[in-house]
Design a protein around this ligand. Structure first.
Ligand code: SAM
Ligand code: DTB
Ligand code: SF4
Length: 369
């Protein structure tokens, strides 16, 4: 049953969303079973590699510099610390690591070189690597793909109509372009949205329509419930009901039968029964680990307990696509060659000084205050 044919218009999707809940869940569960193993759920761990201090004004985001939240800005993590965190995520059952940076856009600088090295290292650990770094151009997307990036997360967040109520520092069109650049580079697309930001149900459907209009819809669609963080313009938003999350997951599943639907932010506010209905209705992935980017998420052992009760199993890496090959990065290789040559020069200079019989000057280091 190709449901994308049946539910192609805003009206039909709206009607679907508003169906009696259990009928909607039943229909979604039926579609889910045609395209996915309902026992398998992908576990993806999030890691904030560069936190806070972001120049954008996304109304939901605790990492925007202009809002007074408890998030402390931190510089880019080291490659070694990322590898350590990836190892921990893998040991806890995650098959994907999603690295997030509080950037408006990717810039061609040393930080991006380091992200390339992170992608190479985590791909070499046989985990699916996903990045969410803000806007990027085609060359940057190609460089990430070359490093072994499996997926790129870039959310449209809401409908084109409601977008201006949420963000003013960039356009919907900019988001679409970045998604296009990831797609052109052969990277799997992860793109979804947030519910509970004060939008109408029509905007939730409008978000889905934006994906419906794409030549190829995202391979993965995260559905987030707003985490209303103190200090952001959305701090007082009324929390959504679990039923709304279930309806949104089910409608997304039916509209995009082949995509992975990710039950994303907001699980700490849901009980196990609510999450179970989401899995029944076609959610096939979660963010795992006790932290999203800056806000709490259920602990690994809580999720494992839930999986045991519901009879779910973590999905293996690369079940939905071949592992990318990590290729050499010319920029990093050139930099390393330059550093090696400089080290050789220094070594030779030191040896020369020694041959002449000079003793290196002794320097006493006094602890600074
Ligand atoms: N800076 C990059 C960007 O905006 O694309 C990547 C990081 S950004 C934090 C990734 C996504 O997290 C956002 O697009 C948004 O969908 C989601 N997000 C951020 N804050 C959220 C919140 N308070 N509640 C739910 N989702 C949130
Ligand atoms: C997505 O759709 N949700 C994740 C991930 N992609 C990057 C982020 C959720 C962030 C929630 C707020 C926070 O922890 O800062
Ligand atoms: Fe910056 Fe991304 Fe947060 Fe927007 S969502 S403020 S771009 S970190």
């Amino acid at each position: 049953m190709d449901t994308t044919q049946k539910y192609k218009t805003k009206e039909s999707l709206l009607e679907l969303y508003n169906k009696p809940l259990l009928e909607l869940v039943f229909e979604a569960a039926t579609v889910h079973r045609l395209h996915h193993d309902p026992k398998e759920v992908q576990m993806s761990s999030l890691l904030s590699i560069k936190t806070g201090g972001c120049a954008e004004d996304c109304g939901y985001c605790p990492q925007a510099a202009r809002y007074h939240t408890d998030v402390k800005a931190q510089k880019l993590m080291s490659v070694e610390s990322v590898v350590e965190q990836a190892r921990n995520a893998k040991e806890n059952g995650s098959s994907r690591l999603c690295m997030g940076a509080a950037w408006r856009e990717v810039r061609d600088n040393r930080d991006f070189d380091n992200v390339i090295e992170m992608v190479q290292a985590v791909n070499d650990m046989d985990m699916e690597v996903c990045c969410t770094l803000g806007m990027m151009n085609e060359d940057q997307a190609k460089r990430l793909k070359n490093a072994g990036l499996f997926a790129y997360n870039h959310n449209l967040d809401t409908s084109a109509d409601y977008y201006d109520d949420v963000i003013s520092t960039r356009e919907y069109e900019d988001r679409l372009n970045t998604i296009d650049n990831a797609r052109k580079a052969g990277i799997s697309v992860c793109s979804g949205g947030i519910i509970g930001m004060g939008e109408a149900v029509e905007d939730r459907i409008g978000l889905l329509m934006s994906y419906m209009e794409m030549e190829t819809p995202p391979e993965s669609i995260p559905i987030n419930a707003l985490v209303a963080v103190e200090g952001t313009p959305m701090e007082d938003q009324k929390p959504i009901e679990q039923w709304e999350m279930i309806r949104m997951v089910a409608t997304t599943r039916i509209a995009f039968p082949k995509s992975v639907v990710r039950l994303s932010a907001g699980r700490t506010k849901m009980n196990m029964e609510g999450q179970a209905l989401c899995f029944m209705a076609g959610a096939s992935s979660i963010f795992a680990g006790d932290k999203l980017l800056t806000t709490p998420n259920p602990e690994y052992n809580e999720d494992m307990e839930m999986f045991k009760i519901l009879g779910l199993t973590p999905k293996a890496a690369f079940a939905d696509g071949e592992k990318p090959v990590t290729k050499a990065d010319p920029i990093i290789d050139a930099r390393k060659a330059k550093e090696a040559a400089r080290a050789e020069e220094l070594k030779a200079a030191r040896a020369k000084v020694k041959m002449k019989g000079f003793e290196p000057r002794k320097v006493t280091i006094v602890d600074s205050l």
